[in-house]
Design a protein around this ligand. Structure first.
Ligand code: SF4
Length: 705
């Protein structure tokens, strides 16, 4: 328990979806000592390099401290008056759907909730999407197809209790380091074997008992082959399949067409038949298997199918919702899950509701919303395309840096110039997006980690507090309060009278419980009347809570899913095919991803010299064979080009990448390196179901710079 008088404050790391508990001890001069929270069930006191360096990123250097309108410092009154006035005029002239919001998995649930309420209920625009679209929306779509809901079935304890852990498209050692340590601990404690499926021999792969370095984009072939194998050797749970699922025969037939034998699977994936068979035998012969998948699977034009190909194998064996067994989506961002809960994605409404007429009606009545939307809005890639085509006239970007992170980032940079209004809620004054301009540009200073208060939800559905332990700098304000202020200025005072983050949270929780008594034993309304004191002290808590007063660590353990008939669905997946083929002029497949010590576009981790020292400059990994052919030397400079842009990067010659492939990190931006924004190089063909763009396989060329 942490009281407001306590020097040490219990909070949550703002980086990855592991959601580690942090104890911050302010030093009275704007800094803080940082330690892991030994009582937090995500990390039990451990922190990775990024988390432990949080104290080094707290300074006010380059912070945005005051509102600005068209580059000139302005009062909040003037800045928000400009925003509200422009929104009103835009809605009158072009309709409310000419207004869009682009949000972030960095936002707190309370910020996310108010943004959604304002946009979808009161302005009346469906065009609210988030950078979580780039992170895990394919996993969301796969969950919904298989389970009837966007539900992560398992929990972190499953990683402790598994006998085999399969990591698909996940450099867990660098991207979810504390979970990876749990996996390594499990190996020590119970001999858990690690299988890594990744086109790149990552640091995680170096630790694997079996590394499957498959060809880019062929994950579905591997898991189709596995499904066929499980069926052939009798490893399926026929009773579970018969009693709790549907669609098995169709999925199996499709899988047989894609990868009928281990030899065919090997041919489809580029793996050796011996490795394929070793994987199949381990999976088939082990009851406690967790398959954890992450951005390598999700960030794909076929990301949803990849998720379902994995889930199919767990449904076929009944290994879901059981201790040490299940498919597990590792979310990238600290609050991707919280954003999903409040409807932060364009294809959701709120409280995990979609657009069935009764759901729309329910949200309309709960919010007393005059302009509630009735259908989906545009997902991120389509949204920015619409900006480029002039369909969107006003855009509010909160807590994200799309000019670095979005595919075709340079096209987006130009597109924003045509907006009548660009509003950017930001922490840093010099981020690429804060530096963008439109016909009217409003910059709003946001609170950073350590200054803001609210909740986030981690990868295992655990709702945790981020708590304030520093004073708000300059004129920075909470995002939820700024959004509510605009709501009041638009004439909706009764709906936006929030006075605290706790009040916002209560309303969000009450919406979940509105005309919803829960299913079976779930107490959906448990947090709807949480008092201010309990909001301070009773979190973290894993969602959902049960009517018996506990929490539900694992879902679907009774074989009942959230579909209308309570059966899970097998999905017949498509044969793998890259969205963009290589060519004579673009013969390489460019892969992208994280490095260990930087987070997203480096606006925070870039402040720490210690973190920056790990990988001080942007780089491209090239296989030795290709380096020789292109006359590239280790440490030299290479120019990587695609149909969309070019970058100049330091060369690392390594067998970690396969011949014909390149790897480039995603973090660098225009404020700390020229020509290194990976977003400018990738096209980002979206998955047709999830809208998540392909970021892992762009045709590219490389030459000495
Ligand atoms: Fe933070 Fe993730 Fe590291 Fe935990 S594993 S300390 S949440 S970055």
């Amino acid at each position: 328990k942490v009281s407001s008088q306590a020097a040490a404050v219990r909070t949550t790391c703002p980086y990855c979806g592991v959601g580690c508990g942090v104890i911050a001890t302010p030093d009275g001069t704007g800094g803080a000592g940082i330690a892991g929270d030994t009582a937090h069930p995500a990390n039990f006191g451990r922190l990775c390099s990024k988390g432990s360096a949080l104290g080094e990123t707290l300074g006010l250097e380059n912070r945005l401290l005051h509102p600005h309108v068209d580059g000139v410092r302005a009062s909040w009154e003037s800045a928000l008056g400009t925003v509200a006035g422009a929104f009103r005029r835009t809605a009158e002239k072009h309709g409310p759907d000419a207004i869009a919001f682009y949000l972030s998995g960095q936002l707190l649930t309370e910020d996310y909730y108010v943004a959604n309420k304002l946009a979808k209920g009161f302005i009346g625009t469906p065009h609210v999407d988030t950078n979580s679209r780039l992170c895990m929306s394919s996993a969301v779509a796969a969950h919904r197809r298989a389970f009837g809901s966007d539900t992560v079935p398992g929990c972190y304890e499953d990683l402790d209790e598994a006998d085999v852990i399969v990591l698909v498209g996940s450099n867990t050692a660098w991207c979810h380091p504390i979970l990876f340590r749990r996996m390594v601990d499990a190996r020590t404690a119970r001999g858990t074997r690690l299988i890594v499926v990744d086109p790149r021999r990552t640091e995680t792969a170096e630790e694997a008992d079996l590394f499957l370095g498959l060809r880019p984009g062929t994950d579905s072939a591997l898991f189709s082959g596995l499904l066929v194998h499980l069926d052939r050797v009798g490893a399926c749970d026929a009773r579970f399949v018969a009693d709790h699922t549907s669609g098995y025969d169709g999925a199996l037939e499709r899988a047989r067409a894609i990868a009928p034998t281990p030899a065919a699977t090997a041919a489809a994936t580029g793996l050796s038949e011996a490795d394929v068979s070793a994987f199949f035998d381990l999976f088939a012969g082990t009851k406690r298997v967790v398959t954890a998948f992450s951005q390598g699977a999700n960030q794909s034009a076929q990301g949803t199918d990849k998720g379902n190909a994995i889930i199919n194998c767990h449904l076929a064996t009944g290994r879901i919702g059981q201790p040490g067994a299940g498919p597990f989506s590792l979310t990238g961002q600290p609050n991707a899950m919280g954003g999903r809960e409040v409807g932060g994605l364009a294809n959701m409404l709120a409280a995990h509701m979609h657009f069935a007429p009764e759901e729309v009606d329910k949200v309309r009545r709960f919010w007393n919303a005059p302009n509630l939307i009735t259908g989906e809005g545009m997902k991120a890639v389509a949204l920015f395309d619409a900006i480029a085509r002039g369909k969107i006239k006003a855009l509010w970007v909160m807590g994200t840096n799309p000019l670095v992170s979005m595919p075709q980032a340079d096209v987006i940079k130009d597109a924003l110039k045509g907006l009548d209004l660009l509003v950017v809620s930001e922490v840093m004054a010099d981020s690429d997006t804060a530096s963008a301009t439109a016909k009217k540009t409003v910059l709003l200073p946001a609170l950073a980690w350590g200054e803001k208060d609210g909740t986030v939800t981690n990868s295992e559905r655990r709702i945790t507090r981020q708590r304030r332990f520093l004073k708000a700098p300059g004129e920075a304000r909470p995002d939820w309060a700024v959004l509510a202020d605009v709501g009041r200025r638009l004439g909706h005072g009764a709906a936006f009278g929030f006075t605290s983050a706790a009040a916002v949270f209560r309303q969000h929780a009450a919406l979940s419980a509105f005309e919803n008594n829960g299913t079976r034993d779930f107490d959906i309304g448990a947090l709807a009347d949480i008092g201010d004191a309990a909001y301070e002290t009773n979190l973290p808590v894993q969602w959902p809570l049960t009517k018996r007063g506990g929490t539900k660590a694992r879902l679907f353990s009774d074989g009942r899913f959230f579909t209308f008939d309570k059966r899970a669905r097998f999905v017949a997946v498509q044969a793998p095919a890259l969205a963009q083929a290589t060519s004579e002029t673009m013969p390489f497949v460019l892969n992208t991803g994280r490095v260990r010590d930087h987070w997203h576009t480096m606006t925070r981790t870039g402040k720490s010299q210690r973190l920056s020292a790990h990988r001080p400059v942007p780089f491209v990994q090239v296989h030795p064979r290709d380096a020789t052919a292109a006359n590239l030397a280790e440490g030299g400079l290479a120019r990587v080009s695609t149909a969309h842009g070019a970058a100049e990067l330091e060369v690392i010659v390594t067998e970690a990448v396969a011949p014909g492939t390149l790897f480039m990190p995603m973090h660098w931006n225009d404020s700390n390196a020229s020509m290194a924004r990976v977003g400018a190089l990738v096209r980002g063909v979206p998955d047709p179901l999830s809208g998540q763009p392909e970021l892992k396989a762009t045709p590219a060329a490389i030459a000495a710079a």
